[in-house]
Design a protein around this ligand. Sequence first.
Ligand SMILES: C[S@@+](CC[C@H](N)C(=O)[O-])C[C@H]1O[C@@H](n2cnc3c(N)ncnc32)[C@H](O)[C@@H]1O
Length: 235
Amino acid sequence: MESKFLEARTEEIKYHEKFYAEHDLFAPGTWLAKPVKAIMDSLELLDPNDLRVLDLGSGVGRNAVPIAQAIKMYNGRVTAVDLIPSAITILRENAIKYNVYDNLVPIIKDVEDYQIEPQFYDYIIACSSLEHVATEDVLRSVFTRMIEGTKPDGINAILMNTEVEEVDCETGEVSEGLIELNLKTDEALELMKDCYTGWEIVVERFMPQSINEIKYGKSIEFRGNWLTFIVRRSS
Ligand SMILES: C[S@@+](CC[C@H](N)C(=O)[O-])C[C@H]1O[C@@H](n2cnc3c(N)ncnc32)[C@H](O)[C@@H]1O
C-alpha cells in the first residue's frame, strides 16, 4: 500500500513538473487552456467584496489566476497551495504576468498537512488534487479542515477524478490508474455527503472524462469519472 502510494506520488510529481515546464498557463489545446467553468460560475454566487479564496492543489494557476483577476478590484485575495516547488515558482511568474501578484499568495505545502485558518475563507476549491492524498481517512480530514475554514454562506468546490483507469495507447492494455486514491464514484460521493451534511448542494454530477498523457515514457489514455461537488454552508 505504502509503496503503491509512493510510486503514484513519484509519477504524479514527475508528470506535473514536466507538463508545467512544457506548457504555458492557458496554452490552447491543453487542460491548462481555461479555468473550470463550474468553479468560475460558483464564484459569481458570492459577495465579491473582500473575498478570501483558498485553492488547494492550485498548480500553476489555471483557476487561481482568473479568480484573483476577478476579485482584485474588490480587495479579494487568493491563497494557492501546491506540493510541487516548481509549480509554485511558475505560479509566481504567472501572478506577475497576469497582474495579480499583490492579491495571490502562493504556498508550497502538501494539502494533507496544510492547516486552514478557521472560518477564514469564503470560497475553497480543490480541483483535481484531492485524488492525490494518501487514504480515505486523510481525505476526510482535509474535508474537515475545509469545512472548519469556511465562513457562513461560504462555498466549497471539490472536483476530482474517480474510478481511474489507464489505457496503454500502443497495446490497448487497460490497468487500474496509478493514482494515490482511486475511489469509486459512489464512495467518493457518499463520503462528501457525509462530511458536508447540512450544506446546500449547488452542483452534484459526474461525467466520463478522458485525457491523453505521456506517462512512464508511454502514450497513455487516462480515463475515469470527473466528479463535481459544490456545496454552500448555510448561515
Ligand atoms: C491535475 S493538477 C490540477 C492543478 C489545478 N488545480 C488546476 O485545476 O489546474 C493537480 C495538482 O495538484 C497538486 N497536488 C497533488 N497532490 C497534492 C498534495 N497532496 N498537496 C498539494 N498539492 C497537490 C499537484 O502538484 C498538481 O499541481
